[in-house]
Design a protein around this ligand. Structure first.
Ligand code: FAQ
Length: 311
């Protein structure tokens, strides 16, 4: 029986069809998906913090409304992804515990601070830009609930990217001080954004299997290259310089060459030693504890309506 189930699973993957929650799947496939989807969900929730810190300091009502809507979207993406993950047999409470105890990760990029209002624009342009590059192919991932969640999420991420770019465009049309603020922000974010795509292919232990299973559709380096190629003309249109002296068009390859990110820095940030890791986790833990009364009230209400329904 086991062999027949495995053969049916392999055939579904080979046809590029979706695996659905009730289908049999190898335990390692399930584990890989829980790991990736949970990390993705945690990233959305922790990712609310850098921009969220600017909601009360937005320079106008219009900017505040836009930022508020974007950060709310991120919460929605997190909840959507937790639900997709729950279809694999883990509970939201378990996933939350795995994040709070440091056994599951979230994206390295959210361990960098948002120091100026230009960072709100840069996060939209570059961080959401990188997220889109990574996530559009995930709309075709082999696990149904994850792929379907990605379709809606990508639409919203595209809007996020454009609002960031529009914010930076507005600042670039402003004063010298505003232009300098944008450039300083791009200088700080460029390399950490390139690291969002993960370690280089020859140091990416999960890639081979995830690619074979159709969980990932492209390697980390392929997506990083695609992002650089997509971003260079946008930087030119904006009038900012990307802080990489090795960045140039390579006619032969038909792609941009670019410098090597500092992989030791990525390793350190992933291990918990980035500029804001402690702060991000402390904030998340406090938010979880502060929300205890909401969870208790919701459970008590659910229990009471359940009892009333049965009576
Ligand atoms: N940060 O073998 P690989 C967003 C870990 S976008 C932290 O290459 P894999 C939107 C990796 O987990 C951000 N850890 O791993 C937003 C693994 O450790 P493990 C979220 C990283 O899975 C915008 C180890 O290193 N997007 O939130 C990172 O094949 C603005 C070895 O790596 C996603 O999660 C990193 N950068 O490839 C929200 C996309 N890179 O798990 C708010 C879905 C690697 O074995 C504001 N995920 N690691 O302990 C993926 O596509 C993949 O999981 C990769 C990593 C590409 C991230």
């Amino acid at each position: 029986l086991q062999e027949r189930l495995q053969a049916a699973f392999d055939a579904t993957i080979a046809r590029n069809d979706r695996i659905e929650p009730r289908d049999w799947m190898p335990e390692d496939y399930r584990r890989t998906l829980v790991r990736q989807i949970a990390q993705h969900a945690h990233s959305e929730i922790i990712g609310m913090q850098p921009e969220g810190a600017w909601i009360g300091r937005a320079p106008s009502l219009r900017r505040k409304a836009i930022l508020l809507a974007k950060v709310q979207d991120e919460a929605g993406h997190g909840l959507y992804l937790y639900s997709a993950c729950e279809t694999l047999g883990v509970s939201r409470a378990e996933l939350n515990e795995l994040l709070l105890s440091g056994r599951q990760k979230y994206s390295s990029i959210f361990n960098y601070p948002a120091l100026s209002y230009a960072d709100v624009g840069t996060i939209g342009w570059l961080v959401d830009g990188a997220a889109i590059c990574n996530q559009v192919p995930l709309c075709r991932t082999s696990y149904g609930p994850y792929g379907r969640a990605m379709i809606r999420i990508c639409k919203e991420e595209s809007f996020h990217q454009r609002q960031g770019y529009e914010l930076l465009m507005t600042m670039m049309r402003g004063t010298d001080a505003q232009r300098a603020m944008v450039q300083e922000s791009v200088d700080r974010f460029w390399w950490p954004v390139l690291m969002m795509f993960g370690p280089p292919d020859d140091r990416s232990p999960n890639s081979a299997r995830s690619l074979a299973w159709g969980v990932k559709r492209h390697s980390n380096d392929e997506l990083r290259q695609r992002f650089v190629d997509m971003t260079v003309p946008q930087a030119e249109a904006l009038g900012v310089t990307l802080p990489d002296p090795e960045l140039r068009w390579n006619e032969e390859r038909g792609h941009h060459d670019f410098g090597e990110p500092d992989w030791a820095e990525l390793d350190a940030v992933i291990r918990g030693n980035g500029p804001c890791n402690t702060q991000r986790m402390a904030h998340r833990r406090a938010a979880h504890e502060d929300g205890a009364w909401v969870r208790e009230a919701a459970s008590a209400f659910a229990e009471r309506t359940d009892r009333a329904d049965r009576a």
